[in-house]
Design a protein around this ligand. Structure first.
Ligand SMILES: Cc1ncc(COP(=O)(O)O)c(C=O)c1O
Length: 413
C-alpha cells in the first residue's frame, strides 16, 4: 500500500495515488460502494455522526467512500505544489457533483443572493451562458457580460458596481478558445472583495492551476479531460476556504441534491490516473492539427492558443503549461461546407463533449450554442461555419489523414 505521507514530487504520482485510502478488505482499487445508506452500531453513534462529533458516512447524497476518493484526488491535483500564505501546502476541498452544471449551480446559488451581480466573459459554455442569462435573472441576480480580456474595462466594471459579488471565468473558453488573464483579473476582483471562480475543464490542473493566482473556487465538468474516456457525466466544485466549503457550500450541495454516484466516481478516479500522459499526447496532437488547419485553403480562421496568430497566445503562454487540446476553425464557405466536412469524417467522431481519447468534432452554432440567439452567437464569434474540435490521442497521422480526406481533396480507400 502506498505510504500516505510519501512526498510525491510528480503530478502523475498524485494523479495515481492521491486521495486513496486503504480498503479494509485489501482491495487494490477502492470498490464501488453501491449503498444508499450506512449502518450505525447504536442510536448513540447515529446521533454522534449527525452532530459531527464522530466522522463517518450517513447517507450517500451526503457522502460515499468511492466519491470521497475522487474528491480527494481532484483536491490533490488542483493544489499540487501550491503553498498557502504561511508557506504550508495549500489545503482545498472538493465536492463531486452529478454534472458540471450541478457544480456550477451549487457555486452560484450558494454564493449569490437576490440583488447581487455576476461579472463574466462573453465566450462561455452554452449551458453556463444560459444559466447566467436565463436562470439567475429569475432569482434577481443579474449577469454583466463583457470582454474580460480588456482589463481596463474589467477594472471599471468591478469598481463602478458594488453589487458585483462574483467574477466567473472560463479559460480557455468554449468554443472560441479565448483566454482571460486569471492573475490580473483576480487581483482586480480581490481589490473589490469579489469572489472569483474559474471553470478549469478545458485546461485541467495539469495545464493550469488557478489557485496559484488566489482564486476562491474552481469548477470542472469532470465529464471531460479529468475522466478522459467519455464514460460518465460529472462535475466538481473545489474551494480554498475549506471551512466555508465544508460548511455552507456542502449544505447547499446536499440540499440541491446534485450529488455524484459511486459508479461514475469510480470511473473518474481510474480516468484521472492517466491525466498527465493523456494531456501530453492530446496537446502535441492539437499543435500539429492546428498547424495543418492554418495552412489549409478551405479554412479561413483557426482558434488555437498555441498559434501566435491567436490574440490570447501570450496570456495562455503565461498561465498554461501547454495551450491545450481544444481548437475551433472556420470553414471559408460557411454552414454548408461545415456540414459537409463533418459528414465526411471517417475516424474522428461527430459528437459534442470533449476531452475523450477519441477526437470529437461538433458544430457549436447548431449544437452546444443552439440556445444562444443568433445575433449574440455571431457577436461572440460563433459563426455558422465554425467547427469545434477536441483533439484526441489517436496517432496523429490518422487524425490528419481523416481531416485531409474530409476536406474532399483526396479520398482514402
Ligand atoms: C467548459 C464547460 N463547463 C461546464 C460544462 C458543463 O458540464 P456537464 O456537461 O458535465 O454538466 C461544459 C460542458 O460541455 C463545458 O464545456
Amino acid at each position: 500500500m502506498p505510504d500516505k505521507k510519501f512526498p510525491f514530487t510528480g503530478f502523475s504520482s498524485v494523479a495515481i495515488h492521491g486521495g486513496h485510502r486503504d480498503d479494509p478488505n485489501y482491495s487494490h482499487l477502492t470498490p464501488i460502494y453501491a449503498s444508499s445508506t450506512y449502518v450505525f452500531d447504536t442510536a448513540e453513534q447515529g446521533m454522534r455522526r449527525f452532530s459531527g462529533e464522530e466522522e463517518g458516512y450517513i447517507y450517500s447524497r451526503w457522502g460515499n467512500p468511492t466519491i470521497t476518493e475522487a474528491e480527494e484526488r481532484i483536491s490533490a491535483l488542483e493544489s499540487f505544489g501550491i503553498k498557502d500564505e504561511n508557506g504550508s501546502p495549500l489545503n482545498v476541498k472538493t465536492i463531486l457533483h452529478s454534472s458540471g452544471m450541478a457544480a456550477i449551480s451549487t457555486l452560484m446559488i450558494g454564493t449569490l443572493k437576490t440583488g447581487d451581480k455576476v461579472l463574466t466573459h462573453y465566450s462561455l459554455y452554452g449551458g453556463t451562458q444560459e444559466i447566467t442569462e436565463k436562470v439567475l435573472p429569475g432569482l434577481g441576480i443579474e449577469a454583466i457580460i463583457i470582454d474580460l480580456r480588456d482589463l481596463d474595462k474589467a477594472a471599471a466594471a468591478m469598481k463602478s458596481d458594488s453589487k458585483i459579488k462574483m467574477l466567473y471565468l472560463e479559460t480557455p473558453a468554449n468554443p472560441t478558445i479565448q483566454c482571460v488573464d486569471i492573475e490580473q483579473l483576480t487581483l482586480l476582483a480581490k481589490r473589490n472583495n469579489i469572489v472569483v471562480a474559474v471553470d478549469n475543464s478545458f485546461a485541467t490542473p495539469y495545464l493550469q492551476q488557478p489557485f496559484q493566482y488566489g482564486v476562491d473556487y474552481i469548477v470542472h465538468s469532470t465529464t471531460k479531460f479529468l475522466n478522459g474516456h467519455g464514460t460518465a457525466i460529472g462535475g466538481a466544485l473545489v474551494g480554498k476556504d475549506v471551512e466555508h466549503i465544508s460548511g455552507h457550500m456542502t449544505k447547499v450541495h446536499r440540499l440541491l441534491g446534485g450529488n455524484s454516484n459511486p459508479f461514475d466516481a469510480f470511473l473518474l478516479t481510474q480516468g484521472m490516473k492517466t491525466l498527465e500522459v493523456r494531456m501530453d499526447r492530446h496537446c502535441s496532437n492539437a499543435m500539429e492539427v492546428a498547424a495543418f488547419l492554418e495552412q489549409h485553403a478551405s479554412v479561413s480562421k483557426v482558434n488555437y492558443l498555441g498559434l501566435t496568430s491567436h490574440p490570447d497566445h501570450a496570456t495562455a503562454t503565461k498561465q498554461m503549461r501547454h495551450p491545450g487540446a481544444m481548437l475551433s476553425f472556420e470553414m471559408k464557405d460557411g454552414l454548408d461546407a461545415a456540414k459537409q466536412f463533418i459528414d465526411n469524417l471517417r475516424m474522428c467522431i461527430r459528437a459534442v463533449s470533449l476531452g475523450t481519447c477519441d477526437t470529437l468534432l461538433s458544430h457549436p452554432a447548431s449544437m452546444t450554442h443552439y440556445g444562444v440567439p443568433k445575433e449574440k452567437r455571431e457577436e461572440y464569434g460563433i459563426t455558422d461555419g465554425l467547427i469545434r474540435m477536441s483533439v484526441g490521442i489517436e496517432n496523429i497521422a490518422d487524425i490528419l489523414t481523416d481531416l485531409q480526406q474530409a476536406f474532399g481533396f483526396w479520398k482514402i480507400n
